[in-house]
Design a protein around this ligand. Structure first.
Ligand code: HH2
Length: 301
């Protein structure tokens, strides 16, 4: 059993160092896919992806999350490994040369893609299947010392963002936590250290709106497992349902609201499309929570 009283890790260990979680950490989404639900096709060339990566870093991103396979709710189709490599590796190469200091994560469920991405300079593996779909992931991440995001989901890439597997008992948070704990045990059994692991409730993945809201509300229960928690609510369907906004790119304010609420409930890492808005809101919310830690401005007489 996991120790529920352990303190959250203050530094997230990854393949090339450690990321201090002493303020809200922003993971910027860089989808190099033709079909992502909110930004599909926009960054399909290396030049466009690199320009967007630079803009995200200028706006305050701490991590760039490069993904070459969509899980969009309208029936994503599985991308072959060769195609996923073709989409992601040149972009990681370009980012590594142009922005040597930035931490890069690879959003993939395939160990072959994760391995090539780490070779190209990525240091975190963001697996939306939490090592369910490719058993080679755990061993790879252990061997390479990669940071790992274990996100809760059910089903395959094609249906994990639908409601096909959205069946829970009376306490959906308990079900999600139990499923994530079993993924942590598998990762640990392969040699992944506690310091490498970040947990993610998987907002919108095999979850109806009520499930996603309950999980956000109950986030302190997940935080109590002792691992840092990442939340990705950016532009998601439940934000559209609550606000009545159909177009994902117009859900910025609602997404920021979800992230600020998640910060207050213990999340420390946020996967976002809109870096500037999230950086500003999360930094101010963080300062309100810790006024003594904010540097005083100089006094002018
Ligand atoms: N959500 C998506 C993809 N990857 N990774 C983590 N850790 N957490 C998430 O909530 C998460 C994720 C889906 O969003 P997006 O990348 O915007 O869309 P698409 O899958 O259509 O590319």
């Amino acid at each position: 059993m996991l120790d529920a009283r352990a303190e959250p890790t203050p530094v997230w260990s990854h393949a090339t160092g450690g990321l201090a979680l002493d303020r809200p950490v922003i993971m910027a989404i860089l989808n190099v896919t033709p079909d992502s639900f909110s930004d599909g096709g926009r960054f399909a060339t290396v030049d466009a992806a690199l320009a967007h990566a630079k803009a995200c870093v200028d706006e305050g991103a701490d991590i760039l999350d490069v993904g070459g396979e969509s899980t969009r709710p309208q029936g994503a189709s599985r991308v072959g490994e060769d195609e996923e490599l073709r989409r992601t590796i040149p972009v990681i190469d370009a980012i590594r040369s142009a922005l040597p200091g930035i931490v890069i994560s690879i959003d993939t469920t395939k160990s072959g893609v994760a391995r090539a991405a780490i070779d190209a300079g990525a240091s975190i593996v963001n697996d939306v299947s939490a090592f369910r779909l490719d058993p080679g992931m755990a061993e790879l991440c252990a061997a390479r010392g990669a940071g790992v995001v274990l996100m809760h989901s059910r089903g395959d890439v094609a249906d994990m963002a639908t409601f096909a597997h959205a069946r829970y008992g009376d306490d959906p948070t308990a079900d999600v936590i139990a499923e994530l704990e079993s993924r942590v045990e598998l990762a640990r059994a392969h040699g992944v250290t506690r310091e490498q692991i970040v947990l993610d409730p998987g907002i919108g993945f095999a979850k109806r709106m009520q499930h996603s809201l309950s999980l956000l509300h109950d986030l302190p229960r997940m935080v109590a497992l002792g691992f840092p928690v990442l939340v990705g609510a950016s532009r998601k369907r439940f934000v559209g349902t609550i606000t009545g906004i159909d177009h994902p790119a117009e859900r910025v304010f609602g997404s920021v609201g979800a992230h600020v609420a998640a910060l207050d409930r213990g999340a420390r890492i946020f996967r976002v499309h809109d870096v500037r808005a999230n950086r500003q809101a999360l930094d101010v919310a963080w300062a309100v929570a810790r006024p003594e830690a904010v540097a005083q401005p100089p006094v002018h007489t």
